[in-house]
Design a protein around this ligand. Structure first.
Ligand code: NAP
Length: 309
């Protein structure tokens, strides 16, 4: 089968299509025929060698955490899925040699869910990584209904899900994004919108005297977002470099996405119920994966880039 890999970490031009053996599902696993694979910032970081040490010394490194496709075959012990089922899954790509940028991918059955039935595969492939991260960040935040959360990067992949999911949990949402994103972010369910052109902590504290109860910092702003949180509040970062030192009694943690098929199924149902909006910026064939990474790294995209075999 074809899979997109690099043999050397570096720029987008290092991405190449390799001919590799089609994997076989083991016990508790399913083999998915890939219809679409989401392209996420983590993929560009892997390609650039940011996680080089952690991924070990492999001859090639594959890419991609998000997948939508159909079940090709199942391993021993899998009863919940069968051949031809439309599924989505989150692959922990940091733990395996090849990712979802491939014609076939094996995932544990408990990392998969039936795909939302109301959307096509490219849109479905944008759900797992970002929506699960958003949901798990809100679990970590553990605010009570009625409390206030700041969401930075509210127009982005992760932040765009934090806003509606926080709303469903009964939180009051203060969101920041580019001025041009205001309509979309309010549409996701933000109660208060702060343009990113304003001084963040001042603008948030004007809207919420004393500061917000918690923050999910999907835009990786760090200290300047922490300044908007009240004393003793909570702060969730999404990357190590953007995790600020705790201050003023604020609890600071970093979300670390975990596959969770059951939660993914609930999120897929929210898509079908019209409560979560899936956004595809563009679909790109495997052969143009390098162009997909260039586009991603340019920034300013709204919605995910999706690779199709
Ligand atoms: N820890 C985990 O488990 C985990 C899981 C998933 C993702 N992540 C990480 O989370 C980060 C965000 O991922 P993502 O997919 O959401 O990225 P994304 O789609 O690029 O979203 C980030 C958003 O933040 C916006 N932004 C940048 N600076 C801002 C500012 N000062 N104020 C408000 N908005 C601002 C960006 O706008 P522009 O595009 O206009 O710059 C973009 O819309 C990435 O580093 C990713 O690797 C971590």
């Amino acid at each position: 089968m074809r899979a997109i890999v690099v043999r050397q970490y570096g720029g987008p031009e290092n991405l190449e299509i390799a001919d590799v053996p089609t994997p076989e599902p083991g016990t508790g696993e399913i083999l998915i025929k890939v219809a679409a694979a989401g392209v996420n910032p983590v993929d560009a970081a892997v390609r650039a060698g940011y996680f080089g040490g952690r991924l070990g010394d492999r001859p090639t490194t594959g890419f991609g955490w998000d997948v939508a496709g159909t079940v090709e075959s199942t391993g021993n012990g899998v009863t919940e899925f069968g051949h031809g089922d439309n599924v989505i899954a989150l692959l922990n790509a940091a733990a395996v040699e090849l990712g979802t940028y491939a014609e076939y991918v094996v995932v544990p059955a408990n990392a998969a869910a039936f795909a939302p039935s109301s959307v096509e595969a490219p849109a479905a492939a944008t759900l797992p990584l970002n929506a699960l991260t958003a949901d798990q960040a809100l679990d970590l935040l553990a605010l009570e209904p009625g409390q206030t959360v700041l969401v930075t990067g509210a127009a982005g992949g992760v932040g765009g899900y934090v806003v509606p999911l926080a709303n469903r949990r009964g939180l009051r949402v203060v969101a920041t994004a580019a001025p041009a994103d205001e309509l979309a972010v309010r549409g996701f369910g933000a109660d208060v919108f702060v343009p990113r052109t304003e001084s963040l902590a001042d603008a948030v504290r004007n809207a919420v005297p004393g500061g917000v109860d918690g923050a999910v910092d999907a835009a990786q702003i760090g200290v300047a977002a922490l300044d908007a949180v009240r004393d003793g509040g909570r702060f969730i970062a999404v990357t190590d470099p953007s995790t600020p030192e705790p201050a003023r009694g604020i609890t600071v943690s970093k979300v670390d996405i975990q596959p969770d098929g059951q939660r993914l199924a609930e999120l897929a149902q929210l898509v079908d119920a019209g409560e979560l909006t899936l956004r595809v910026a563009t679909t790109v064939p495997f052969a143009d994966a390098a162009e997909a990474h260039r586009l991603l790294e340019k920034g300013g995209l709204r919605g995910r880039i999706v690779l199709v075999p």
